[in-house]
Write a protein that binds this ligand. Structure first.
Ligand code: NAD
Length: 322
């Protein structure tokens, strides 16, 4: 049975992931931590501790006291926020990761941390972006992510620490507002569709980006953590995606349920420039081959669930679509 510490656990991924981990491994086995405590369900449903990941001693002590064998490191500044505060992004994204890796090395823990489709950059093929290809990102977030992948490989190769990661696409969910990423527009579109029936997108028509629904993201983290190490040729980090969509595709999917939904555009040049540097559609075949990655939600199924859930009527289904 695992004993897990999660950093940044009150964020968009952490809240859904911690709930699922507690279901699987037991409430007391999962210590959630964050720099803040807003007394939400994650902090209240099991052990919680305030931990600033830039404080290496605090992170180490929390993992040690919990007798953790697995560190899930989520605390980070996301793409759009990182572009407005690049120095903070470097300190948090690189300093926090280094502290988590050092805690893993000292305590002999396994470590999972997400990378992102931001780790590629405009030199990589935009369609069918391979698992192994040129990675030369131009944003601070992308630079942090590719450096983080290399650092995790280094700890595996030099110290034998079992590091694993996923290059997440934009993640869509309804339980927690997203934390300053470029693909947040998609979540905002669903929320606005339900609340007002219209949305002004800051990402342009025809800008295709990879996305995935949060229940699939959560299951892929757990599947990778539990994957047989002898099958893994890659580690940090696997391409994963469920769909490649632009704002019009999401709007069309919403209109199946809300025919009067209106979409218009006011482009944010900063977030559009970030999106333009990312792949349109990545190739997730390495994840499928090495640890049986699969998803349950395509665009329409995700839309149905988002709209129902946002209207207070959850509707989870079971069918696998890839
Ligand atoms: P989020 O912004 O929603 O949550 C991050 C959490 O970290 C917040 O709860 C915040 O309070 C906490 N935090 C901030 N500074 C901290 C510090 N110094 N010490 C401890 N905690 C701190 O982010 P998320 O969407 O949950 O993302 C988690 C990870 O997944 C990040 O590495 C992110 O880059 C990656 N990722 C996310 C997405 C996505 O669409 N959400 C996509 C690709 C990759």
């Amino acid at each position: 049975m695992r004993r897990i510490i999660v950093t940044g656990a009150l964020g968009q991924i952490g809240r859904d992931l911690a709930a699922r981990l507690r279901q699987l491994y037991g409430c007391d086995a999962v210590l959630t931590t964050d720099i803040r405590n807003d007394q939400n369900e994650t902090a209240l449903s099991g052990p919680f501790r305030l931990v600033d990941v830039t404080d290496g001693t605090a992170l180490y002590e929390a993992a040690k006291d919990h007798q953790a064998d697995t560190i899930i490191h989520l605390a980070a500044l996301l793409s759009a926020a990182a572009e407005t505060k690049p120095m903070l992004a470097w300190q948090l994204n690189m300093g926090g990761l280094l502290n988590a890796l050092e805690a893993a090395r000292t305590l002999g823990c396994k470590l999972f941390t997400p990378s992102s489709i931001a780790a590629f950059g405009s030199g990589a093929p935009k369609i069918g972006t391979p698992q192994d290809t040129m990675q030369r990102p131009a944003t601070m977030y992308g630079i942090n992510k590719v450096s983080g992948e290399l650092l995790c490989d280094y700890y595996f190769n030099k110290y034998g620490i079992d590091t694993r990661g996923l290059r997440f696409p934009g993640l869509i969910s309804y339980t927690t507002p997203p934390g300053g990423g470029t693909t947040d527009y998609a979540v905002d579109m669903y929320v606005s569709a339900v609340k007002t029936g219209k949305f002004t997108s800051y990402i342009g028509k025809g800008t295709f980006l990879d996305m995935m629904y949060m229940p699939d993201a959560v299951e892929s983290v757990i599947k990778l953590i539990e994957a047989d190490a002898s099958r893994l040729k890659h580690r940090n980090a696997f391409n994963v995606s469920a769909m490649s969509v632009d704002p019009e595709a999401i709007a069309s999917s919403i209109r199946r349920r809300l025919p009067k939904f209106k979409l218009d555009y006011r482009i944010d040049p900063i977030r559009q420039a970030i999106a333009d540097g990312w792949p349109d559609a990545i190739d997730a075949s390495a994840a499928r081959e090495e640890w049986d990655f699969c998803v349950k939600y395509d665009l329409d199924k995700m839309t149905d669930d988002m709209l129902s859930s946002l209207s207070g009527m959850p509707l989870y289904g079971e069918k696998t679509v890839n």
